[in-house]
Design a binder for this molecule. Structure first.
Ligand SMILES: *Cc1c(COP(=O)(O)O)cnc(C)c1O
Length: 384
């Protein structure tokens, strides 16, 4: 054959007596078949082999299996972002006329998604604090399909009482969905506490290096997995193989990183709590909830100097970088009142459990002394 043709048909040799130590990146949109009769199998369900990467891909499946294992679930679906997993779930599990009960403090994107379901899709949403089973019991109606919680809420750090709420939901035939992005399966495994489905922004701690956007939905049982998989194929929220590979690489060190994040949070939160420029530190304490076994790596504190102090602090930090994310090896800081929440009035900030001087810090894995020195010089500048 001609070089043009030969160069189009390059094939990887299948290793005969060994296998790759690292998960290979199957950067392919499609799979070719010697027996064309088998093509349809991979399109019929999640376990029919690999046909087309929007349906399934071996690198993506390696990630899905790893996180399902980590969370103690039956199966998982990897998505192109955390919001991809959340919108996939809500749009798969809910229809017009259904009712959702959601924790009041949820991630901004999730909040917007729930508002959209209310305004455009005729789905009723009731918001609860997520701390009291009686509050949940009172909110349940015959149309309630989903209870939506965050293990540790972003950004307020509020811990929902999953072990108390999940049995109430189960008894009422309501599915419990938990966003476990902040706690990670290292510090909490929601399925062990009654959750039916767990979601992650893998962009945060699972990926862990600020170099990939991705998400996961983990299912306690196969039936819901298969139901949602059909929609994932339909919506096209599928993860890309290279993104999946980066998250797999992040997972190798998840345990080590979470240990260091937690140790650094203890040091940083402890110093902030005694600094005169700081009014209040909202950091979940160890032992605050029996189902969460470690400090999540991100929390809030309030500067006494309000809005101006927030702007001054952000401009003065050098090691800790100003960025609207968290869960990275690098320490990141955000002043919501001048960035993500700048449209809100002081009253609206209070409703979101924030103040004009609230700072969210996501503590990275740097040496703690360097983080403390950076914070110290910036806080001194703020109080000057
Ligand atoms: C970031 C985040 C999301 C959204 O994830 P993306 O990957 O940015 O789409 C959802 N939930 C929580 C708690 C988050 O922190």
């Amino acid at each position: 054959m001609h070089p043009d043709t030969r160069m189009v048909h390059i094939e990887a040799p299948a290793p005969a007596t060994s296998s790759p130590l690292a998960v290979p990146i199957y950067q392919t949109s499609s799979f070719a078949f010697d027996d064309p009769e088998l093509i349809a199998d991979g399109l019929n369900g999640p376990d029919g082999g690999y046909t087309y990467s929007r349906f399934s891909n071996p690198t993506v499946r390696a990630l899905e299996n790893a996180v399902a294992d980590l969370e103690g679930g039956a199966a998982a679906i990897a998505t192109s972002s955390g919001m991809g997993a959340i919108s996939l779930l809500l749009h798969s599990l809910l229809s017009t006329g259904d009712h959702v009960i959601a924790q009041r403090d949820v991630y901004g994107g999730t909040h917007a998604q729930l508002r959209d379901l209310e305004n455009r899709f005729g789905i009723e949403v009731t918001r609860i604090d997520g701390l009291d089973p009686a509050e949940l019991r009172a909110a349940v109606t015959p149309r309630t399909k989903v209870l939506y919680l965050e293990t540790v809420a972003n950004p307020t750090g509020h811990i929902s009482d999953l072990p108390a709420l999940a049995p109430v939901a189960r008894e009422a035939g309501v599915l419990t969905v938990v966003d476990n992005t902040f706690a990670t399966p290292i510090f909490c495994r929601p399925i062990e506490h009654g959750a039916d489905i767990v979601v992650h922004s893998a962009t945060k701690f699972l990926g862990g290096h600020s170099d990939v956007t991705g998400g996961l939905a983990v299912f306690a049982d196969r039936a819901h997995y298969e139901q949602v998989w059909e929609h994932a194929v339909e919506f096209g929220t599928t993860a890309d193989p290279f993104a999946a590979w980066l998250i797999i690489r992040g997972l190798h060190t998840l345990g080590l990183r979470m240990e260091r994040h937690a140790a650094n949070v203890t040091r940083v939160a402890g110093r902030l709590a005694t600094h005169p420029a700081v009014d209040r530190v909202t950091c979940p304490q160890p032992g605050a909830a029996a189902h969460i076994t470690g400090f999540p790596g991100a929390f809030c504190f309030d500067l006494a100097g309000g809005h101006d102090a927030g702007v001054r602090l952000m401009s003065r930090l050098r090691v800790i970088r100003a960025a609207a994310s968290l869960g990275s090896t690098q320490s990141l800081i955000l002043h919501p009142a001048s960035t993500t929440h700048r449209q809100l009035t002081t009253e609206q900030l209070t409703e979101s459990h924030l103040s004009p001087g609230t700072i969210r810090i996501a503590v990275g894995i740097e040496h703690p002394d360097d983080l403390l020195a950076d914070l110290e010089q910036a806080l001194d500048f703020v109080t000057r």
